[in-house]
Design a protein around this ligand. Structure first.
Ligand code: 9MR
Ligand code: ZN
Length: 545
């Protein structure tokens, strides 16, 4: 469905800042009840601003003053928005939806999920052989990476590493959210049970000398078939040091999360991390592993991964060897400019270093904590300015409308959430929320890039299971607008960055999901729930107009 008024298609917390956007002048704008069409609110102000990247005027109608829970639409002369909710714990809904998508991506197991309808028999259980020697390695399990059925260490590591931050950022949301998993270990929580499904696979990707294999996949991408029908030989690709580093970091973090829950599992993770580090400390960078003809997560350096690994190992062990490594390599990897952190992703996983230090002052120590805090807050201030200068409040720079721009927006949102966590300054939380709103519909295309989340949400993701079964997996964040999309998939529209999106399954450069796209969305949503739904009070209403 096409809409001309952009709102968050999941909805808003009752007392949150609420703004509807349009590229067309909004006249006679008002809010109606979705069921009856009855008008409920007309006050509110329309402002206009020039969006520097779109080069167009964006009209903004602020209806923060309305707060009655319900289901609504914004209507203007000749235009309307998608339906959206007020109240009803929107942040937690998105957290659950996005987190549950990992269940639907599980490999090596038969799925029969009554909540989403996703079902298939067991897949990818045949023996996998190493690309060079043909040795059989048992690497079943884990999550399918994306719309293809590969399983890649780097996206696994950066995804798990981020989600595990919920132990510090949203522990009550983790403990209190029932994902209806078939195999929940209640003493761990549903969220940690699902994360452990991936960790259990990651353990198998480690070689006996501590090095970690790059990926498991077939030589060529299979056709758009069901997972059980992807029957070409499975290949385990070479070990590489970026993979080994990212593995060490995620495992070291897992060790801290499981320490109070299951010390045996924690020890296993810590040993895996230390063995990976041991391999790294005795080897120069091993880059560009063989890739066959499937996706590559290519890296020119492993410096980010080594730094993140050292940081997590320092926090988990207190061994000064790791602290010395962090000190010696911080500037080389993260630079010195206080306000410049990129969006966290598999290429820039060292962003996790200041984040990890800032979240754990006791283990980090005063000096590393202070350095990290300053970095995150200054970066938050930079993002705040970017957000305020743009029509939809998104912080993406013109050159960030590339592959996975939606992921970049929520990853910046996560940086803003951390600035909020460190300062409790409300404007950081509002700006973090603006990034969340952006991917859920507050954008020039009035699109929600999360499947199952809204009337104008993605229905045709580039996804083999979805295409072959006709069953839409809910909770997949797709890549979103990508200025280079047309050149990459020859299907995406060849237009300006923010407009370059189409909801077609062939359009893999704008409409595919990967496990690492969902990770910052999972964390940001849970943080918003933990911080905002729980702290909302009517007194806040007036102060946010
Ligand atoms: O998500 C990846 C994106 O950042 C890269 O720009 C792109 C091109 O290298 O590849 C994306 O990753 C894909 C991977 O190579 C194979 N599985 C699907 C991934 C999502 O599209
Ligand atoms: Zn599988």
């Amino acid at each position: 469905m096409e809409f001309e008024v952009a709102i968050n298609q999941i909805g808003y917390g009752v007392y949150a800042k609420k703004v509807a956007f349009s590229l067309h002048p909004m006249r006679r704008v008002h809010l109606v009840e979705d069921m009856t069409g009855a008008e409920r609110f007309r006050a509110g102000t329309v402002e206009e601003m020039r969006d520097p990247i779109l080069g167009r005027t964006v009209y903004q109608w602020d209806f923060t003053g309305f707060g009655a829970p319900g289901q609504y639409r914004v209507v203007a002369e000749g235009a309307q928005s998608a339906s959206f909710g007020l109240g009803g714990q929107p942040y937690r809904s998105v957290f659950s939806l996005a987190m549950r998508s990992y269940l639907c991506q599980r490999c090596g197991i038969a799925l029969n999920d009554p909540v989403s309808g996703v079902h298939h028999p067991v897949c990818h259980l045949r023996p996998a052989r190493t690309v060079d020697t043909g040795e059989v390695v048992e690497v079943s399990g884990g999550w399918h990476d994306a719309g293809d059925y590969g399983r890649y260490t780097q996206t696994a590591g950066v995804t798990v590493g981020q989600i595990l931050m919920l132990a510090e950022l949203a522990p009550r949301t983790v403990a209190g959210t029932d994902l209806s998993l078939p195999d929940c270990r209640p003493e761990w929580s549903d969220t940690w049970t699902e994360v452990a499904y991936e960790l259990d696979w990651m353990f198998k990707m480690q070689r006996s000398d501590g090095a970690v294999y790059h990926k498991v996949n077939t030589d060529q991408f299979c056709a758009m078939v069901l997972p059980q029908d992807d029957v070409e030989p499975l290949i385990v690709y070479d070990v590489a040091t970026p993979d080994t580093g990212i593995f060490a970091a995620a495992m070291a973090r897992a060790a801290r999360v499981w320490q109070p829950l299951d010390p045996g599992y924690a020890t296993k993770a810590l040993h895996a991390a230390m063995r990976a580090w041991d391999f790294l400390s005795h080897h120069q960078p091993l880059l560009n592993p063989k890739n066959g003809h499937t996706g590559a997560y290519s890296r020119q350096s492993d410096a980010d991964e080594r730094l993140w690994a050292a940081a997590e190992l320092w926090l988990s062990t207190g061994d000064m060897e790791y602290e010395r490594y962090v000190d010696a390599h911080w500037t080389e990897v993260l630079g010195d400019a206080p306000g410049s952190l990129p969006a966290l992703n598999w290429q820039h996983c060292a962003v996790m270093v200041p984040i990890a230090m800032a979240l754990d002052p006791n283990r980090a120590g005063e000096r590393l904590f202070a350095r990290s805090q300053e970095r995150l807050v200054k970066n938050g201030e930079r993002l705040l300015q970017l957000s305020e200068a743009q029509g939809f409040g998104v912080v993406l720079a013109a050159n960030e409308y590339r592959w996975a721009s939606a992921k970049a927006a929520v990853a910046h949102g996560l940086n803003l959430a951390l600035a909020h966590r460190l300062t409790q300054r409300k404007e950081f939380l509002d700006a973090a929320l603006a990034q969340w709103n952006f991917v859920l519909g507050c954008n020039a295309l009035c699109r929600s890039w999360l499947t199952g989340a809204g009337e104008g949400s993605t229905r045709h993701p580039h996804h083999r299971y979805v295409s072959a079964s006709g069953i839409l997996i809910p909770g997949l964040l797709v890549g979103g607008a990508n200025a280079e999309g047309y050149r990459q998939d020859h299907v995406s529209p060849n237009v300006d960055g923010p407009m370059a999106y189409v909801d077609r399954s062939e359009a893999f450069a704008v409409n595919e999901n990967a496990i690492d796209y969902n990770a910052p969305l999972v964390v940001l949503s849970a943080y918003l729930h933990e911080t905002w739904d729980r702290s909302e009070s009517p007194r806040d209403l007036g102060s946010r107009g």
